[in-house]
Design a protein around this ligand. Structure first.
Ligand SMILES: [Zn+2]
Length: 291
């Protein structure tokens, strides 16, 4: 099982476990065994749907940042704004649940999600559609689904995928290849720009090739500043983003008190304000990352 499959499986397992625990406390006095089963299934469906909605929200923001900043990335890939999955991606014990809740069949590859407004969306692709060939996307081969070849015009995008893991701890991080955000952090993000800032910060660590064991404070401040550049390139209102970050500083304090890796919030805010002023003083379009 590859890393992605394992991760997907673990994510689903955590969601299902949470659902079972929630279900057992929710069902006070079921009249019949059937009622209990239905309630549990409804609870499963709600947890899986919530996780799916968060994943789609993160995928849309991540794609916007990855496409806009493709010229800054060493590794890029055609991206049409869709993800796919197969039943084999899930651990064997969870496959019946995946079949029931995840809109996929027993054999073959299926579309899992489509980012609104993306080339996949414009081509009218939708979750649950079977993919016959052409995945992963390549420049020289068409994607073929159950309804035939699809004319896609994918964008070139940075390879820095972002995904959501079930966790009560508000946290985000990267292993240098992928970005993980906890469900609690996604829940706490005040708006799309706040979430984009978190994803852009982790993307900056990947672009800068920051080492997890390197000097942290300098790397964190650099990633904060870079995040504003990446967001500006993607058309976000970075002045509003910094204002929102400042307004939410107490929330950051709560999630940061567990971490010794980040500089004090006052220093981060001062750095963000200074970077914002520098970026706002510049006219014109696309920015590279500063030295
Ligand atoms: Zn960081």
């Amino acid at each position: 099982m590859n890393r992605r499959a394992l991760r997907t499986g673990l994510t689903l397992a955590a969601a299902c476990l949470a659902a079972w625990l929630g279900a057992s406390s929710l069902v006070d006095s079921p009249d019949t065994e059937t009622d209990r089963t239905e309630t549990s299934y409804e609870r499963f469906a709600a947890v899986v749907a919530r996780h799916q909605a968060m994943s789609e929200r993160v995928a849309a923001i991540s794609r916007r940042l990855r496409v806009a900043n493709a010229p800054l990335c060493r590794v890029t890939r055609p991206d049409a704004g869709l993800s796919t999955h197969r039943l084999e991606d899930y651990p064997r014990p969870l496959r019946p649940l995946a079949l029931h809740f995840m809109d996929l069949g027993e054999e073959g590859r299926f579309i899992r999600s489509v980012v609104p407004g993306s080339p996949a969306d414009r081509a009218a692709l939708h979750p649950g559609e079977r993919v016959l060939s052409g995945w992963p996307l390549r420049e020289d081969a068409a994607l073929v689904t159950g309804s035939g070849p699809v004319a896609l015009d994918p964008d070139e995008a940075c390879v820095a995928p972002a995904f959501v893991i079930d966790s009560p701890v508000p946290n985000a991080g990267t292993d240098g290849r992928e970005i993980a955000l906890s469900t609690t952090l996604v829940d706490q993000a005040a708006d799309e720009a706040a979430l984009a800032f978190i994803i852009a910060h982790e993307m900056a660590h990947i672009l800068r090739d920051h080492k997890p064991d390197g000097p942290r404070w300098m790397a964190e401040l650099q990633a904060d500043g870079d995040a504003l550049t990446l967001m500006r390139n993607a058309g976000y209102d970075i002045a509003a983003t910094v204002a929102g970050w400042e307004a939410g500083v107490e929330v950051h304090r709560e999630s940061q008190s567990m971490s010794a890796t980040h500089p004090p919030l006052d220093i981060r805010l001062e750095n963000l304000t200074r970077t914002l002023a520098r970026l706002e003083a510049q006219t014109g379009g696309f920015r590279t990352l500063d030295d």
